[in-house]
Design a protein around this ligand. Structure first.
Ligand SMILES: Nc1nc2c(ncn2[C@@H]2O[C@H](COP(=O)(O)OP(=O)(O)OP(=O)(O)O)[C@@H](O)[C@H]2O)c(=O)[nH]1
Length: 348
């Protein structure tokens, strides 16, 4: 290493580097929020990990940190008396960008962190080691991390131990994810929807931003099951879930409530945006009818309700209104089908 590059690495006046956003940021944040873990109480299964980590490594600070859109929030926290810090000064925001431990043996010798306010001021972090917590598919929602107020050496054995503890924590998070998702389609289930939509609704209420609720129920799905079998019925449910995923934005909350019923909550969506999304959905269904040669058409009844940001009702009321709207559409579709059958059977 020449003199200049060695200076650059240790230059104490170098500017702190805020963490980049990972390329899957939108999906990452919406999956994190769908866990409904943010701003919840402490839980023994996570506190156990930080207690073990603190004892094993003999550090003053051990955290299970969730990296949210603009902050890091601590699900478990030993040694700090705050539950969150801004993301742009967080170490964990950097750690979630990699697949392995981010190790900073001495923060004052690292230009990314030397003038970080968490280094120059309380809690005076001199050492950091953070392992990314993963929901799978490269979705890193936070870290298990250790901090100390003095520089430290970290051996290969220490690294392996931290990885093992981190994997244990990821498994706990994946268990939380499994309880809120639908096995067949991978969408949120009813429970996941209620918690994710409840959180999003509170945000929209605070920002007075408009919300729409879209309730979908497949038409004559029982007939597909009865005629083509349940395996084909399951395929239809997965195809429909895929259409919802590709039609709506990643900031919208899409779920299978049960059976052949699906729901989408669109956040910050004015009526024109909602209308455009419904048109896209109808176009997807029409394209599927043309392409698929499976002996049946895939149809659904859609009930849509838009709500003004200044006057948002509760989640239950929104769902009930959209459901009622969907049934009105379903009754109309049934009458339409009966009418068509009647016309087809009438000799011309
Ligand atoms: N293949 C499959 N079928 C399911 C699943 N969950 C529920 N069902 C079936 O979905 C069907 C829903 O029937 P209905 O509510 O009468 O719906 P429908 O036939 O679409 O009737 P309309 O809504 O009036 O058009 C029932 O036959 C259930 O057995 C599932 O996970 N897989």
């Amino acid at each position: 290493m020449n003199e200049l590059s060695s200076l650059a690495l240790t230059d104490p006046v170098a500017q702190m580097t805020p963490p980049d956003f990972p390329s899957n940021e939108l999906v990452r944040v919406s999956l994190l929020r769908s866990l409904a873990i943010l701003d919840t109480d402490c839980e023994e299964r996570f506190d156990r990990v930080t207690r073990i980590a603190q004892r094993l490594f003999n550090v003053p600070i051990a955290l299970v940190s969730m990296v949210d859109a603009n902050r890091q929030w601590f699900k478990s926290c030993i040694g700090l008396d705050v539950r969150q810090t801004p993301r742009d000064i967080s170490f964990c925001g950097h750690a979630i960008l990699g697949d392995d431990v981010l190790l900073i043996p001495d923060t004052t010798a690292d230009q990314r962190f030397a003038d970080n306010p968490l280094v120059t001021g309380a809690p005076h972090i001199r050492f950091y080691a953070g392992y990314p917590l993963s929901l799978g598919d490269g979705i890193h929602i936070g870290t298990l991390c250790l901090k100390d107020t003095v520089p430290r050496r970290f051996s290969e054995q220490d690294l392996q131990l931290l990885r093992d503890l981190g994997e244990m924590t990821s498994q706990e998070l994946r268990a939380v994810a499994a309880a809120t998702s639908d096995d067949l389609t991978g969408l949120l289930n009813r429970r996941g929807f209620l918690s994710a939509a409840g959180q999003a609704l509170e945000l929209c209420r605070r920002a007075a931003s408009p919300v729409a609720m879209l309730y979908c129920d497949l038409d004559r799905f029982k007939q597909i099951n009865d005629t083509f079998g349940h395996v084909e019925g399951d395929h239809v449910l997965r195809v429909f879930a895929g259409m919802l995923r590709s039609t709506f934005r990643s900031s919208d909350i899409v779920a299978r409530l049960g059976g052949d019923e699906f729901v989408v909550m669109l956040t910050n969506a004015d009526p024109a945006t909602v209308e455009a999304a419904v048109r896209r959905m109808e176009a997807e269904l029409a394209a599927h009818a043309l392409q698929s040669q499976r002996g049946y058409a895939l149809g659904c009844s859609l009930g849509v309700m838009s709500f003004d940001g200044a006057n948002l009702p509760g989640l239950d009321a929104m769902l009930a209104m959209a459901d009622e709207n969907m049934y009105a559409v379903k009754r109309k579709n049934r009458r339409h089908r009966r009418h068509r059958r009647h016309e087809d059977n009438t000799p011309g």
